[in-house]
Design a protein around this ligand. Sequence first.
Ligand code: ADP
Ligand code: ZN
Ligand code: ZN
Length: 803
Amino acid sequence: MIAKVIVDVPTGQTNRLYDYKIPEEMEEFIQPGMRVNVPFGPRQIQGFVTDTTASTEVKRIKEITSLLDPSPVLSGELLQLGRWIAEETVCFLITAYQSMVPSAIRAKPKKRLFLAEDSEAVPVEIADAFAGKTILDWEAFPAEKKAMKLLNEEIQAGRVIVDYLLKNRTEKKMQTILSLAKEYQAAGSKHNLSGNAKKQQQIVEWMQNELGDKEIAQPELLEKTEAGRQAVRALVDKGLLIEKKTEFYRDPYKDKMFQKSTALPLMEEQQTAVDNILESLHKGRTDSYLLHGVTGSGKTEVYLQAIDEVISQGKEAIVLVPEISLTPQMVNRFKGRFGAEVAVLHSALSAGEKYDEWRKIHRKEVKVAVGARSAVFAPFDNLGLIVMDEEHEGSYKQEDHPRYHAKHVAIWRAEYHHCPVVFGSATPSLESYVRAEKGVYTLLELPQRVNRKAMPEVTIQDMREELRQGNRSVFSTLLLDKLKERIDKKEQSVLFLNRRGHSTFVMCRDCGFTPSCPHCEITLTYHHTNRRLKCHYCGHEEQMLHTCPSCQSSQIRFFGTGTQKVEEELTRLLPEARVIRMDMDTTSRKGSHEKLLDAFGRGEADILLGTQMIAKGLDFPKITLAGILAADTMLHLPDFRAAERTFQLLTQVSGRAGRDELKGEVVVQSYTPEHYSIQHAKTHNYKAFYQEEMLQRRRGGYPPFYYLAMVNAAHEDLAEVMKTADKITEYIRSSLSEKAVVLGPTVSPIARIKDRYRYQCMIKYKNEPELTKVLQSVAERYNSEIAKGKLQLSMDMYPYMFM
Ligand code: ADP
Ligand code: ZN
Ligand code: ZN
């Protein structure tokens, strides 16, 4: 038998399936989706088995060296999905597969087998292999055909458990679960323990009274009965207690109690939304829904109730949430409703924790996966619903290979499983809203806040006017007054500082000199914490300058407004205010994010000051004022989505105020208050913004009127990259239809990164079925130069970043 293997060498030359002979003893064991070690040239290399066949064209065939996984890590569905992603995003197949499994599993973990039940329950060959123990190294299992076949069956049946032992991690624990044997479960039922086995009698009686037929973990039993291990062992040996081994997960949320929540009676529009989604679920239809609901309209409750039905149908659900909205508050809402049925996939988890969460899904121990972008690959086999909350978020697009958009993957999987998919947002992306208008997605609307609560009132403060009146502070007089008012009334405020465009940089006041990175064409950023200058692209660092290298002036200073500076100014202007600052600096340590939010929730501060990370998901009843310090910093970025992002951000931040009984208010400070994205955010008018922005997009020839693709070439030699970019652009132009617009090549907005010069070519198109093939052949043409490490080429089919 032959295995088709994709090897773990991400290069153009190796981006194909290789044939390997399956050793006879593995024939009945090996399955697609398992990983293997194979000889490859002089080396041993990992690979995924994608298929098995009976014959091969290859004459001198090599044999698989060893099997890495006792059970497949990729299902048939995910193997197929990986092929689609590789094609759609023009990446190597191995890269697509690697992105679907947790990184911990890639790090060559040690594999072990656990016997989950008594050795009598398994075939004698298996019992022999374990030789009286309950743990066996996978490598030590006899490589013999019959035994392997039997092992396969035992694993399927759950009597043998496969475990991956991570390096530098506390190993996954097996826990002993105990229960009374059937005949001893009733309280007072007879046993023939001798009179001097006091402790044993005590245990049995306690269990009869407290547990009956229920199970208990051994450590808990020992604690409750103050008994020793020997007493319990003796009871197991005598057959009064039944012992079972189960896995014990590192649960990052285990110390937290989740307040149990129950379904709320729905508002009419919510009910309509749930009914629609469930109809698709029951009929097994792949319908895509756009749930457009203003902030605080109860979208999450719609997801929760739809998922409840999914679970009772015996199916599973994936909930995608942008990384920064995956706050403890958000997690609590799902854990509170579905408890242990929920796995959470979050980038802040350690590799081991992520792996555990992934395994819960892989082993069908949970029904719901809540997580950021990559959770879209959650290895469920029976999906009933996929939800993508805040569907407009750019973070759903992966900016590294494979450059996929989670939305496209979600739709692919929904089609595979014949289940509905819901995209939710208060500010849908134009791409999605236009699809809803055309009927590709079904539009579900929640136009009002729950219980018809009013939207907060938004005031726009013209900062140019403030300047004219001599106020050079980052706070307008109006905002300061309102902040004071809140402190007096013992209410809370959030202050939002847009990080983008606000990094602190250094400039000479005399000649205008600004230090930039010697390797990248970008200004260095000043870091308060260690008083050094740093490049955000390559990590280059240098000392803060005290004299200007260009004119020798000592008037060289840093500019810009970081959160730290704003905090300083705030405490100077409002010394009575208690401020909590949330930014990269104060939340880098694990758990600090949650601690700060909890403190704010307990009312230990009046003002929460922060960056992007506070714009989402905060739901505190005492917040009645939201302030945005500089609304327009994003408007001037070289990005056609700048206005859309500004509108989304303002809407999100306003959504934080007045979510409960108290009425909310918003102050937006701006240097361009007349801009339509700011004006329409003021009136909470998504539709008007959408219409105006659509006109702009049509004029510029941007999505959703055209699709975009981008090719970026980078090389150390400027002449070389210009030549290559020219050739590539010319080739693309000649290969596509007349209707495609091929722009460039032009130098990228950041002209050099890590000593490589960068050029780009942008493609605007409506219908080019050959496009991915054309780009694929571009990549193939330059394979050898890329392999030599000289040239870098990146293809992006859904570009979100234009730097
Ligand atoms: P969104 O996700 O649209 O911003 P949420 O789902 O967070 O809105 O809902 C806002 C608040 O309203 C939450 O505190 C939620 O518990 C509450 N809520 C949602 N639906 C209902 C309902 N039908 N009845 C009462 N309260 C509700
Ligand atoms: Zn740099
Ligand atoms: Zn100078």
